[in-house]
Design a protein around this ligand. Sequence first.
Ligand SMILES: C[S@@+](CC[C@H](N)C(=O)[O-])C[C@H]1O[C@@H](n2cnc3c(N)ncnc32)[C@H](O)[C@@H]1O
Length: 281
Amino acid sequence: MRGRLRERLKGVIPPESLSLVPRSYDIIGSRGKAVAIIEIPEELRPYEAEIAEAIMELHRSVKSVLAKESGRAGDYRLRRLRLIAGDPDTEVIHKEAGCLFKLDPMKVYFSPREATERGRIASKVAEGERILVMFSGVGPYPIRIAKLRGDVDITAVELNPDAHNYCVENIHLNRVEDKVHPILGDVRDVCPRLEGGFDRIVMPLPLGAYRFLDLAIPLLGEGGILHFYHWAREPSLFEEAERLISEAADRFDREAEIIDRIKVSQYSPRVWKVRVDARIL
Ligand SMILES: C[S@@+](CC[C@H](N)C(=O)[O-])C[C@H]1O[C@@H](n2cnc3c(N)ncnc32)[C@H](O)[C@@H]1O
C-alpha cells in the first residue's frame, strides 16, 4: 500500500502537494465491503474528493472513505471521523486470522494494526485457562483466543454499549458462545462482582489501564498472568509500567514477577504503546 496512493494522484493534485499525501491508511472490512480511514492534512483538504476517489480505485472493496478529524478521546476511545466519499453506512465485517469482526468504526474502537499483537496474546494461552479481558471492545482479543484454543472460559467486559453489542454478535458469528461471556458495564462495577482465581487477565487500555490495576490484581489466582498495556516515553520504556504493576501487587501483599516486555507500536517519535507481562504470586 505504501506510496501507491501518491503514485495514483500524480497529475491529479499539484506536484508540490504530493509529498503531503499520507503513505499509509487503514482499511477495515473484507472483500465485499470495506472502509478506508485516512488522515488528510489541512493543505490537502481541497483535494480530499480526489484522494478518496483514488483510494476507492486502488481498493475495489472500499465503499466509504473516512477522514480522521480528531485524536482518540473519551472513555470509549473514539475519534471523530468524517465521511468524505462513498456509502454513509460504514458497518463492515473485518476478517482477521480466520475470525470475523462486525463493527462500525464510527461507533466503536477497532484497529486492524493490532492483529499481530492479538495473535501474540492468543498464542500464550494454554488449554483450560480461565481468562478475563477487560476493555474488550467488539471482542477481538477474546475471540482470537477462543478460536485458537478448544478449552477456555473467557469473560469480556466492555463499557461502550455499541461495542458490547457487536461483541455479542461477533461471538455468534465466530461460534464461540460456549467460551466467551460478554458483560456490558464499567470494569469498576463489574470486576468486584466476578469470582477470582483467573489464570490470565488482559488489560488493553494503554491510556489509563494503570487506574484499574487494583481491580485486576486481586482477581488473579496465584501465578496468574497479567498483560498490562501502557503508553511510554523513550528512553525508559518499561520502567513506569513495571513500577505500577509492582506497587499494585504490593498493595495486596502479592508479588509481581515481570516475565516479558515488548514495544507494541509507535505512537509518535518517542512515544510507544508497550506491553508488560507479569506473573502475580
Ligand atoms: C483501546 S480500546 C480496546 C478495545 C478492544 N480490546 C480492541 O482491542 O479492539 C479500549 C476499550 O475499553 C473500553 N473502556 C474504557 N473504559 C472502560 C471501563 N471503565 N470499563 C469497561 N470498558 C471500558 C472502551 O469503550 C474501549 O472499547
